[in-house]
Design a protein around this ligand. Structure first.
Ligand code: AVJ
Length: 319
């Protein structure tokens, strides 16, 4: 069990400062979704995954349960690299299937959070005797070339998180994956699919208000980490479907005119009454679009699997 660290706490603090400054001084104002996930935000996200309106996590788990053996047979992966949190039941489905066919030697969870990796590793080592668990603390948008390369590798990027990237950013990320993957390696990608806009909006604006609390939590993060003075009660959660760009946007709308200071940035920003700050985009896909974007990155869509309702897809792409 080893951990490579390509990001220090100081690096993370510096990106938070730069991102919050850039976002709050741009028009319209934005905050990047990656800062949702402090301890409280991660718990709220877990709660989201159990909401009746939020079908994605269940749909992806169903597909994976049905397809894990096939994925193992097709990839015969020696190394499973997982981009993003690596402690979920979905990871276990893949690990079990790859162990069953005897190909798997190492599991590489990659996350920006050292805590997330350190927390998950001992349990994985205990559950899979002999498996080399090799954590990597890294920004997988920048450090892909530093990942262990014992092939064949299966790189899993699940949960639909790729939907949080804006198009240019997503293209750059896929291109760098395309360059990193060697012949024989594969990418397993989870994407949420275009569907009835009303269902999509409900998935991001649930009746219990959990998603609203998750969205507002980013203001607590800025207050705590950067000495912000956001009055969280004076913002409200909004979810909007952008039919042209095919994405859900989460926003925080200012209730009334207000000034917010961010002391660590020496910054004051004014919000107009009703002004909306964008906190997340979550893009929704179709098969042709995923196929085209993979092709554009030098990858080939080899398998496309959905749940019966056609809500969510897992793609297996080869280098
Ligand atoms: C974890 C990024 C896939 O976009 O659906 C859930 C995050 N935001 N509810 C998503 C999220 C609001 C989620 N991802």
């Amino acid at each position: 069990m080893t951990i490579d660290r390509h990001l220090t706490p100081a690096d993370l603090a510096a990106s938070l400062r730069a991102d919050v400054r850039a976002g709050l001084t741009s028009t319209p104002k934005t905050l990047p979704p990656k800062y949702f996930y402090d301890g409280q935000g991660s718990e709220l996200f877990e709660d989201i995954t159990r909401l009746p309106e939020y079908y994605q996590t269940r749909a992806e788990a169903t597909i994976l349960a049905e397809r894990a053996d096939e994925i193992a047979d097709v990839t015969k992966a020696r190394t499973l690299v997982e981009l993003g949190s690596g402690s979920s039941e979905k990871t276990h489905l893949l690990l079990r299937a790859l162990r069953r066919i005897g190909s798997l030697e190492s599991y590489v969870p990659v996350d920006v959070s050292a805590d997330a990796i350190e927390w998950a590793m001992p349990g994985l080592v205990a559950d899979y005797p002999g498996l080399d668990v090799h954590g990597v603390v890294a920004d997988f948008e920048r450090h892909l070339h530093l990942l262990p390369s014992d092939g064949p590798r299966l790189v899993a990027f699940l949960g639909g998180t790729i939907g949080n990237f804006e198009p240019e950013h997503r293209a750059a990320f896929l291109a760098s994956l395309g360059e990193t993957l060697q012949p024989g390696d594969a990418l397993l990608l989870g994407t949420d699919l275009v569907k009835d806009p009303e269902r999509l909006v409900r998935a991001y604006d649930d009746t219990a208000g959990v998603t609203a609390a998750f969205d507002l939590n980013v203001l607590h993060v800025v207050n705590r980490e950067l000495g912000g003075t956001f009055d969280v009660d004076r913002f409200e959660h909004v979810a909007v479907w952008d039919a042209e760009r095919k994405w859900i946007e989460m926003r925080l709308r200012s209730r009334g005119e207000q000034r917010v200071d961010v002391r660590a940035l020496d910054l004051s920003v004014d919000f107009a009454d009703g002004e909306e700050m964008r906190t997340e985009v979550s893009a929704k896909f179709t098969e042709p679009r995923v196929a085209a974007e993979l092709t554009g990155a030098g990858l080939r869509l080899a398998h496309w699997w959905t749940d019966t309702a056609g809500d969510f897809a897992l793609s297996l792409a080869t280098a």
